[in-house]
Ligand binder design. Structure first.
Ligand code: HMG
Length: 383
C-alpha cells in the first residue's frame, strides 16, 4: 500500500529583513550573504507570533472537514518549544478543531525532528490506512544580533498531511538514519540562543550526508542517475549545494545538470525566508514541486534530513500522477510577496522585544492566529 504526503503547505511571518540591508549594517560585503551564504531575505516574527501561530496558519490551508475527522495523530517537530511539559500539538489540536480521539505530542532532535515525526506518521498510517496523521515542523531560528549565525536565521512552519494513497508524494519504506553524539549546535535548557560551532556544523552535515547517501545506495542498490532530484535540509542555501557538490563528480553530465537545476528549484523559497530548522527540508520539497516544470512520476526524489547533535536520515519518494493540482503555488507566492520589509532598526527592536509570559498583556496584532493575550502565563490565540 502506498502511504505518503496527501497535502503540504508552509507559513512564514509577515515581516522580513533584506540581506543587503543586514550586510550593510554589519559592515559586510553583501555578496557574502547573497552568494557566500546564498540568502536574499530572512523571515522575522514579532513577539505576538510564535510557533503555534505559524503552525496553525500552515495547517489551516490544507485540512478539509473529512481530514479533521480522520486525523488521529498530531505530531509537532520543533526546537523552539513554548513549554517544557505541554506539547504544542495539544494546542494545535484545539485550534484546528480536530476530532477528540487523537494522539498529540511534540518531538525534538534539532532540525531532524520534523522527519522523526514524519516517519512515525507514515508507520502509523501504514498500520491504520483508514486514518490520517498531521505532522507540523515549526520553529524560530534565532542566533542573536551581530552573531556569526545571524544571516542564517528565519522562522516559519510546514504542515504535512499523511495519508494512504496520497495525492502528492509516495514515501518509500526504505530509509537510513545515522546518530552521532557531536556538539556542533546545541541549546542548553533556559538559554535563549543556540551555541554553535559553525565550521564543525558544516563539516558534520556533509560527512553525515556522505555516510547515509553511500550506505543507502549500497544497501538498496541505487545509483546517482536513479534520482531526478536530491533535497537537503537547508540551514542556508549554500549548505545543501556544498553537500550536493560532494557527490556530483560520481554522476554523468546529464545527471549533474538535472540535479543542479532541481536543487536551484528547491531553494527558491528558502532564499527568501532563511532557516526554518525542522521545516527547512520540507520547504525545499514544496519549492521543488511548485517551481520545477519537468518532474517525472517515474523517477525518485532523494531527501536528506539533518539535525545537529546529530541525527541524519536519507529516504526516497515518488511523485503521484496529477500532484500539481494539489499544490498551493499562488497562495505561497502571495504570502512571500505581501510581507513587510523591516529596516534594520525595526528588526533589531523586534528581535530584542521578547515575550514575557509572566506579565499579563493584550496584543493588537490582528494577524491570523497571532497571540491575542497572555493571562496567568497562558497564551490565548486569535481564532
Ligand atoms: P562565517 O564565518 O560568517 O562565514 O560563517 P564564512 O567566512 O565561512 O563564509 C561563508 C561563505 O561566504 C564562504 O564560502 C566564503 O568564501 C563566502 P564557502 O567557502 O563556504 O563556499 N564569502 C563570500 N562569497 C562571495 N563574496 C564575498 C564573500 N565573503 C565570504 N564577498 C556559518 C558561516 C554558516 C558557519 C555561520 O553563519 C553559522 O554559524 N551559521 C549557523 C550554523 C549553520 O547554519 N550550520 C549549517 C550546518 S548545521 C545545520 O544545518 C543544522 C542547523 O540547521 C541546526 C539544527 O539542526 O537545529 C543549523
Amino acid at each position: 500500500m502506498n502511504v505518503g504526503i496527501d497535502q503540504i503547505s508552509f507559513h512564514v511571518p509577515n515581516f522580513y529583513v533584506d540581506m543587503v540591508d543586514l550586510a550593510n549594517a554589519r559592515n559586510v560585503d553583501p555578496n557574502k550573504f547573497l552568494i557566500g551564504i546564498g540568502q536574499e531575505k530572512m523571515a522575522v516574527n514579532p513577539k505576538s507570533q510564535d510557533i503555534i501561530t505559524f503552525a496553525t496558519n500552515a495547517a489551516k490551508q490544507i485540512l478539509t472537514d473529512d481530514d479533521l475527522n480522520k486525523i488521529d495523530l498530531i505530531i509537532v517537530g520543533t526546537e523552539s518549544s513554548i513549554d517544557e511539559s505541554k506539547a504544542a500539538a495539544v494546542v494545535l489540536h484545539r485550534l484546528l478543531d480536530i476530532q477528540p480521539f487523537a494522539r498529540s505530542f511534540e518531538v525534538k532532535e534539532a532540525c531532524y525532528a520534523g522527519t522523526a515525526g514524519l516517519q512515525m506518521a507514515l508507520n502509523h498510517v501504514r498500520l491504520h490506512p483508514d486514518k490520517k496523521a498531521l505532522v507540523i515542523a515549526t520553529d524560530i531560528a534565532k542566533y542573536g544580533l551581530n552573531s556569526g549565525g545571524e544571516p542564517t536565521q528565519g522562522a516559519g512552519a510546514v504542515a504535512i498531511l499523511v495519508a494512504a494513497n496520497p495525492k502528492i508524494l509516495v514515501i518509500h519504506e526504505e530509509s537510513l538514519a545515522l546518530t552521532q553524539d557531536i556538539y556542533d549546535f546545541w541549546r542548553p535548557t533556559n538559554q535563549a540562543y543556540p551555541l554553535v560551532d559553525g565550521p564543525l556544523s558544516n563539516e558534520t552535515y556533509i560527512q553525515s550526508f556522505n555516510q547515509v547517501w553511500n550506505t543507502y545506495n549500497q544497501q538498496f542498490n541505487q545509483q546517482i542517475s536513479d534520482y531526478q532530484a536530491l533535497l537537503f535540509h537547508i540551514p542556508y542555501t549554500k549548505m545543501g549545494k556544498k553537500a550536493l557538490q560532494s557527490v556530483l563528480p560520481t554522476a554523468d553530465q546529464i545527471t549533474q545538470e538535472r540535479l543542479l537545476q532541481h536543487y536551484e528549484d528547491s531553494i527558491q523559497y528558502s532564499r527568501q525566508v532563511g532557516n526554518l530548522y525542522t521545516g527547512s527540508l520540507y520547504l525545499g520539497l514544496i519549492s521543488l514541486l511548485e517551481n520545477s516544470q519537468d518532474l517525472k512520476t517515474t523517477q525518485k526524489i532523494g531527501l536528506f534530513s539533518y539535525g545537529s547533535g546529530a541525527v541524519a536520515e536519507f529516504f526516497t519518494a515518488s511523485l503521484v500522477n496529477g500532484y500539481q493540482e494539489h499544490l498551493h503555488h499562488s497562495l505561497h507566492q502571495n504570502l512571500l510577496n505581501e510581507r513587510k520589509r523591516l529596516s534594520i532598526e525595526e528588526y533589531e527592536k523586534m528581535f530584542e522585544d521578547s515575550l514575557d509570559v509572566n506579565v499579563d498583556q493584550e496584543f493588537s496584532d490582528t494577524y491570523p492566529y497571532s497571540i491575542q493575550s497572555i493571562h496567568n502565563t497562558i497564551r490565548q490565540y486569535r481564532k
